[in-house]
Ligand binder design. Structure first.
Ligand SMILES: [Zn+2]
Length: 302
């Protein structure tokens, strides 16, 4: 009896397995095709593709970009690391769909700036009439080239990427060819959208290093990125935010020729009181995009 029942179990499993194996074929050739068509479509990004449905969502955001005018415009840079599909491994990952929603929100509510714009605002040669953000990415993860780059092109959103030269070309990071391609990119109006800054040479805690090593981290990373891209590197983002406000670190930044230092403090500043040696940035973690919006409203006090 016991043997017989095991045979029966095997038989049932076999039938189920056969059905599972054949079901795609069955679905193709019968009324089940209706069920199959109702399944959600999977979207994915191909860097050199355009004109298909993939971009239409982004195009709508481009069309509605009209941030509200403000008497007291505020600047709140945002900071990302890796963009991933689906479930995130840690707070440095952000899901693609939430990231796309973030971009749509930013496009509706904020103007976009680069670090040269911040320098110009500080020097009084540029003014803004709306709240503004600076989209930044730290570490040079490969998802920047694979996912972020095509998406930002579709949204026509500028961004600044902070690189660690010793990470470039490592597994999971961009290589110099990819960085150069992004650096060369110009939009339909001939504008440069993507800028690169330093995130130190080896990604150590600059606030805890001796002065000569801090200086080397800053100078050597700047020299390498400028050599590879052929243009000036004007901003540095402090790894882990370490050394923000530290006299030794800021002196080293100035001595290395940086015009701006980005920290990771989640705060907005009035455009009229910008401190170039302490540019805040809101590190966006792996919550849903509506939580991101709540954080932005809280940070800006809007
Ligand atoms: Zn970092």
């Amino acid at each position: 009896m016991r043997l017989l029942s095991m045979k029966w179990v095997r038989f049932v499993c076999g039938v189920i397995g056969l059905f599972a194996a054949l079901s795609p074929l069955v679905a193709e050739s019968s009324g089940m095709a209706v069920l199959k068509a109702a399944a959600p479509q999977v979207r994915y990004w191909k860097p050199e593709t355009s004109g298909d449905s993939l971009w239409t969502v982004a195009a709508q955001h481009v069309a509605v970009s009209n941030p509200p005018k403000r008497k007291d415009p505020k600047i709140v840079p945002v900071l990302y690391h890796n963009i991933v599909f689906g479930r995130t491994g840690n707070i440095y990952n952000r899901d693609l769909y939430n990231f796309e929603s973030d971009l749509g929100y930013l496009k509706r509510k904020y103007a976009f700036l680069g670090f040269q714009d911040l320098v110009d605002i500080h020097n009084g040669t540029k003014t803004i009439a709306t709240d503004a953000t600076v989209v930044t990415f730290d570490d040079g993860d490969l998802s920047i080239y694979a996912i972020v780059y095509p998406l930002l092109k579709a949204f026509d959103i500028p961004a600044t990427f902070f690189l660690v030269p010793t990470f470039i070309g490592q597994v999971g990071y961009m290589d110099w060819d990819q960085v150069r391609e992004m650096d060369r990119y110009r939009n339909d109006r001939g504008e440069k959208l993507f800028f690169f800054g330093s995130h130190s040479l080896t990604h150590r805690l600059l606030g805890e290093l001796p002065a000569d090593e801090v200086l080397y981290e800053m100078q050597e990373s700047k020299r390498i990125i400028e050599r590879e891209l052929g243009g000036p590197v004007i901003a540095i983002a402090l790894p882990f935010g370490s050394g923000s406000g530290d006299k030794q670190v800021l002196e080293a930044a100035k001595a290395s020729g940086y015009l701006a230092v980005r920290t990771s403090k989640p705060a907005a500043v009035l455009a009229s009181s910008l401190d170039l040696m302490n540019i805040n940035a809101f590190n966006v973690e792996n919550y849903s995009s509506d939580v991101f919006v709540q954080h932005m409203l809280r940070i800006t006090g809007r």
